[in-house]
Design a protein around this ligand. Structure first.
Ligand code: KG4
Ligand code: ZN
Length: 342
């Protein structure tokens, strides 16, 4: 099959609390990347309220898509395919993006593709690193997911390890709330930790007994809550910065240790991180140091491409499109979609 030189994909992402659209050419050339965040609204409730997220997506999606086309200086007539996140995520939120993508594809008679959100996060690494090609190892750490993945080829993933309970980002958010930093917790703990002592409190590591690759963060979260309660009972003051730094160290240590196990076992020459928590400054520094020590090339997206965005969906969609993947009108939102499933 001869390939058209330029494949221009309009990508849509609405799986959680970001309404996003982007135009991406040939998977790596981002012509526009519009993100309308709902953080201000959800902050009032201390976390994402699914019903509000769906409503806000409906209010904003048309404008966001139009803005993405305008920023890219394109009309729908110049678009070759429409891609959309169809899972995992909040079902009502996902449905807004899926309906929008279907409507555009139907109206303009375009092919359209449902994309896995985690595949999007991993593919964010392709955008700023034109030389990055599979195979490589990737640690995906977000608000909903913690996966250690072997990327065998474009669209081919083997999950080496995952969390048994809370995701890494979820732990950041819950601990931030407990120490009074508010929502969203990740960036706030990142900031507070810079002023704290990571060795001040010895919190447990988020491991699963007998597993080199799996994670468990609920015990760590409970340990932080117990520590705070104990301090309160004794009437002792809590140093927020020290707790933030010690908690963050505990999370980062286990993420790096398990990634290093995978590098050693699978002989990866390249290793990437992805997802919202991949914008954490301590994690970035520690992963970079581990990769340098092991002679492995390290990749990470800019922070804006770590957290939810549609450019990453456009990047993933290009490689699926080239493989001939197309969705049909029966495509539905799949809130618990597994990586590698269709
Ligand atoms: O990838 P993402 O935008 O959404 C999901 O797919 O879940 O990730 C959001 C998560 C939140 O839990 C947020 O607290 C966390 O990423 N996060 C961070 C940082 N920035 C965002 N966690 C730690 N440090 C950060 N700098
Ligand atoms: Zn995400």
């Amino acid at each position: 099959m001869t390939q058209k030189e330029e494949i221009r994909i309009l990508a849509i992402e609405s799986s959680c609390d970001e309404t996003a659209a982007a135009v991406v050419v040939n998977g790596r050339d981002v012509r526009s990347n519009v993100i309308s965040s709902q953080i201000d609204i959800h902050t009032l409730y201390g976390g994402v309220v699914p019903e509000i997220a769906s409503r806000k997506h409906i209010e904003r999606i048309n404008q966001v898509v139009q803005q993405a086309l305008d920023d890219a200086k394109m009309t729908l007539d110049e678009i070759d395919a429409v891609a959309v996140t169809y899972g995992p995520g909040l079902v009502g939120a996902l449905l807004v993006g899926v309906a929008e993508a279907k409507a555009i594809a139907w109206a303009k008679n375009l092919p359209f593709l449902g994309i896995h959100h985690i595949e999007g996060h991993i593919s964010a690494n392709y955008i700023e690193h034109p030389e990055l090609e599979p195979p490589f190892g990737c640690l995906v750490v977000s608000g909903g997911h913690t996966h250690l993945v072997r990327v065998r080829d474009y669209g081919e993933y083997e999950i080496l390890g995952k969390t048994a309970d809370d995701a890494a980002g979820e732990a950041f958010d819950k601990v931030a709330r407990a120490i009074g930093l508010g929502y969203p917790g990740g960036p706030k703990i990142d900031q507070a930790a810079k002023k704290g002592d990571p060795l001040a409190v010895a919190f447990p590591h988020g491991k699963v007994r007998g597993s080199e690759y799996d994670f468990s963060f609920s015990g760590l979260k409970s340990a932080v809550l117990n520590y705070l309660n104990e301090k309160k009972m004794k009437g002792e003051a809590v140093c927020t910065e020290d707790v933030a730094a010690s908690f963050q160290k505990s999370v980062v240590d286990v993420l790096v240790e398990h990634s290093e196990n995978a590098v050693r076992e699978y002989g990866f020459r390249k290793f990437a991180i992805a997802g919202g928590v991949a914008s954490n400054s301590a994690l970035r520094a520690a992963m970079e140091a581990m990769c340098r020590k092991r002679g492995v090339q390290f990749y990470r997206p800019s922070p804006v491409l770590c957290t939810d965005n549609a450019a990453m969906i456009g990047a993933a969609a290009y490689y699926e499109f080239r493989k001939g993947v197309r969705s049909d009108w029966s495509l539905n939102a799949v809130p618990n979609l597994k990586l590698g499933e269709r």
